[in-house]
Each structure stands twice: as structure tokens, then as C-alpha cells.
Design a protein around this ligand. Sequence first.
Ligand code: GDP
Ligand code: ZN
Length: 352
Amino acid sequence: MPPSLERFGWTPERETEFEQHRADGLVPARVAVEHRSQYVLYTGEGELRAELAGRLRHEGEMPAVGDWVALRPPSTIAAILPRRTVFSRKEPWKSAEEQILAVNADAVFVTSALTERDFKPRRLERYLATAWESGAEPVIVLTKRDLCEWVDSAVAEVQAIAFGVPVHAVSAVTREGVEELRSYLEPNRTVALLGSSGVGKSTLVNRLVGEELLATREIRDDGRGRHTTTHRELVLLPGGGLVLDTPGLRELQLWDVGEGLDTAFEDVAAIASRCRFSDCEHRTEPGCAVREALASGRLSRERFESFGKLQRELDRLERRLDQRAKAEFGRQIRSEARTRRRTQRAPRRRAK
Ligand code: GDP
Ligand code: ZN
């Protein structure tokens, strides 16, 4: 197994899966940047630019940052290898299309700044649900602690909604707490950064890298000595870990948080499971455990409402998917009817 690939997270298990590709003359590589169907890849021999094979393009199979791919030298991506974890979102207004934003992260830093304006535990809950759903292990990172006088109460508040997920308060300015994050960035492990713009993700990565690396760096263009600069979305840290920071992850919307929702709202789900009716809407139904818990104060109204809001958003998305399924079904019926008409008409004509 090439040791240089191991740095990017390649494992013996992956190598075994790759046997057939090796036999076909392909080599493994990991996507560092994706930009309009142009890719920068890490390979055992360094970085290079690559394009998608026509077949993948036609099938609409697009690699995402973090993907392992099979490269046909010098520069064609021939296959995408199985994904271990996936971050995806729905296209905001357009449709219910799923968009894959980042893949193969082992852990995810769910970030929020400790400022009056940015500190929104409700938003953290949403991010947390998304993180669970991706399959990566979540870690909550509260940034800009140097600007905050209520760090302890903020951490306590977040711990209450985090259910055992570790919570760290850090400052990229004083560097307080930053070193503790390195334990998640062991060699060959990939950590994705999830959080709104401006919370300090890039600054944090720069601290972890130890230099201002994220913005620009030279990459090998095509082996002819030309150089281009670009910024990397999958960054290799000097200590060996990898950080995945894509613009898409900054503006993540919900996609399939079905199970993730229940994990992030374990407390609400546990209470709701004791309602007399399994389809209880917690409004006027008799034997509603949720209303009981709200009345006794065991469940805060705020948390219940944020669960409801998320639930409604999911329902909306599901209805949209449902409509799409119906439209597709309708198209299918119409096209089958057309085929039937054609095959039925033919014999009649012959009969004339
Ligand atoms: P990103 O959009 O999440 O990548 O955020 P940036 O890393 O670009 O940071 C946004 C702004 O917050 C910049 O002006 C940073 O200098 C500032 N910032 C980042 N981290 C900290 C911090 O720990 N403390 C303070 N006071 N400012 C910070
Ligand atoms: Zn109920």
C-alpha cells in the first residue's frame, strides 16, 4: 500500500476493494477540490487536475470533495469508490434534488460562535441532526471564546442539547482550546467543518495548520510546469489529519435527517414514545406524554417547538418528494398509454 496515500486516509480495506481497479490499470486518488466538473486530486505521486469520464458525466455521477476515486492516468476519473459517510442537502428552492456536499469524513466539527448574534442553540440542533445523519461522529466546537463572558453557561446550555457529544469552547485569537481539537485530527482521519459563514472556521483551520495555508497554495497543473493557485477544500495538516471545509457545508440545508432527527432529539422522541397513540400530534389527544412533560416543565417549550419546526420542514420536503414521485408516475402512465395506443393501432390499420 503506498504510504503517501495513507496520509490522505487510504486504508488496507480500501486497498482490498481496489484490487480490480488496479488490475485495470487505475490508481486511487482523493478529491481535494471540485469546481465546475474540474477536480484537483491527491494521488500517491502528488496533486493533479482531472476530469470526469464521459460515462460518469452521462450517468450524473459526480464526485464530491473527500471522495476516493479510481483515476485512469493521466487525468480521467473513471469511478467513484464507495462512500463511508455522506453530507448532502436539498437544493434550496428549486426542487427536491439531493446534492452531495462532502463525503468520507470520520468526524464533524459542528461550529457556532460564542457571540450574542451567532450563538443559536436551535441552529446547533439542526446541524447536529445533519451530522448524525451523515454517519460522521459529531463534536461541538464553540468559537470566539475570547469575545464571550458567559462561556460556562453557554457550554452548559449546549451540553444539555448535545447528549454526550463532546463540547469545546475555543479561541483562534488566544488559541485557548485549540490544541485539544488535535485529538480528533489523528493521522489519516478526516474532520469536516460544519457551520455558518463567519463563525471562524477558516481561521481555526489556519491555527491548526500553523500557517496561512488555506487561502492559496501552488498546485501542479498538468506536469508541464505550469502552476495555478487555488484553495483546497480538503486540507492536509502537518500533524497528519485532514480537514474538510467546503462552501456547501457552510450553507447546509436539511435533507434526509430522518433518523438523525430522532438522535438529536432523543429526549423528545423518548417522551413522545410514551404517548397513548403512536401517531399522536401532541395537540388534543388523550394520554399525550409530551403535553404532560411540557406542563410539568420536564420538557422545555422552546425545545419542543424547535423539534416541531424541524419536523415540519421535513414534512414539507417529503411532500415535495411525494409530488415528484406522483409526477413521475403520471409520466410513466402516459408513456405506457402511448405505447399501448401505438401497438393497438397497428393491427387495426393492417386490417383495413
Ligand atoms: P468562516 O467563514 O467560518 O471561515 O470564518 P472566518 O475564519 O473567515 O472568520 C470570520 C471573522 O471572525 C474573521 O474576521 C476572523 O478574524 C474572526 N475570528 C475568527 N476566529 C476568531 C476568534 O476566535 N476570536 C475572534 N475575536 N475573532 C475570530
Ligand atoms: Zn402526544
